[in-house]
Design a protein around this ligand. Sequence first.
Ligand code: G3H
Length: 539
Amino acid sequence: MERIVENIYPEKNEIPKEHLPDVPLLQNEYLLDGELHKWEGKTQDVYSPVCIRKGDQLEKLFLGSYPLLTAKVSEEALEAASTAYNNGMGDWPLMSVQERIRHVEKFTFLMKEKREEVVKLLMWEIGKSLKDSRKEFDRTVVYIQDTIDALKDLDRKSSRFEIREGVIGQIRRAPLGVVLCMGPFNYPLNETFTTLIPALIMGNTVIFKPPKYGVLLHQPLLEAFKEAFPRAVVNTVYGDGKEVVGPLMTSGRINVLAFIGSSKVADILKKQHPDPHRLRSVLGLEAKNPAIVLSDADLELAVEESVLGALSYNGQRCTALKILFVHQDIIDDYLELFKKKLDQMKVGMPWEEDVNITPLPEDNKTAMMQQYIDDALENGATLINENGGSAQKTIMNPALLYPVHRKMRIYHEEQFGPVIPVVAFEKLEEPLDYIIHSKYGQQVSIFGEDAEKIAALIDPLVNQLCRVNINSQCQRGPDTFPFTGRKDSAEGTLSVSDALRVFSIRSLAAAKANDRNKQIITKILKEDKSNFLSTDFIF
Ligand code: G3H
């Protein structure tokens, strides 16, 4: 690992001009009831995790500020979203699928025009590499386009009648009401939009609250939301969760909670709803995905994927590999190669070419990581890589820890950062036992060459977790695959097509198939009287 050198952070004039953000961005507006309202109350300052060197001082770059709205404004947003939904009688929920698609297409067109601005803010706000920030934006655009295609497909399948037991019926998916969307800081754009867009396109109205880090990057899109969607279909709230989210949940008027974050917060939010049975939740929560490296694994590949899995975006992915079980026969070679790969990684600023390790956005994150390291060292682990865990301000060299065991915090807790715990095992029961007793149940990666051994692991593991990756790191994508988890890791399933189902319910119009009813239905169809009872085919 390249050592974190004293001048790892640049002086302002050393930053290539094309990467400098256009800041400070003093955001003083919020989107509510179709208007961009001016906010004159308290604001929250936003600093980049990237520090700027001034002589011997290091200071986080000031990026701007955003409104700290009050409970009252949040209630106004709820009122606006509820009015636009109007118990399913608003223009948006009654609109034809085709027309709603047109609005989303318009939004996508406007969004694409803001790519550079959003990508730059994403990079500066959360320290994600430029390459990955671009990837996040582009992946989100593709996700929206795929969502439109999936909805067309769904709608085509529903554009016909079914006749069973003398009853004629048309079954379609209908919206649920007001949706509260809250994404996480590690994918503030993508994981907000992977719930927001399907929620909207299915006819719900939305309030969305950006995560604690990754707020300003949404500002360039406010105008696009305002322009592309009818009044009050999209509303934004900003600020302290207790102040602005509490009143939404306690009102009992949120029909769907789409939240990606911690199970602790998800539980608080769900409990605030007075009629929990009325609330549908789709939650993406913590995980502690293990890798199981078998004795016959292709070492080069296993290490390569383990490094990627553990350290992409500094380990700040819910799908990251957060504990590595390696067979004891190959542990020395595995660690040696891992160390070598770590030494080749580039620590630096997010805009630098081929950078792997970048500044961490959360307050005190390096100190939290150090606590995991100290606890493991006190309990008998060794720091395998030179300079592992050394940090300067917000940036930290990854720390490879071995041997890790159940007495250490890092064995059980989700680190969500660049600390890599390795456990040696002799019998497969050991990692299996870990998975069975873990609070989490998202994914696992198995590395090995023997098909029989791998098959013997797949069958029990798919019943414990929701994805078994063979000789590959854990990941969410491709976005058409189901993304979910068991236990404390998720509620509901997200994928392009699953999300459309999550934010809707099957509803039908049905009638006894007698002549009178057939005539009525035919008239409705012929005269194009209903958007629901319709055989229109979307091309
Ligand atoms: O933070 C969790 C993300 O859903 C992970 O997505 O596997 O594509 O990085 P990813």
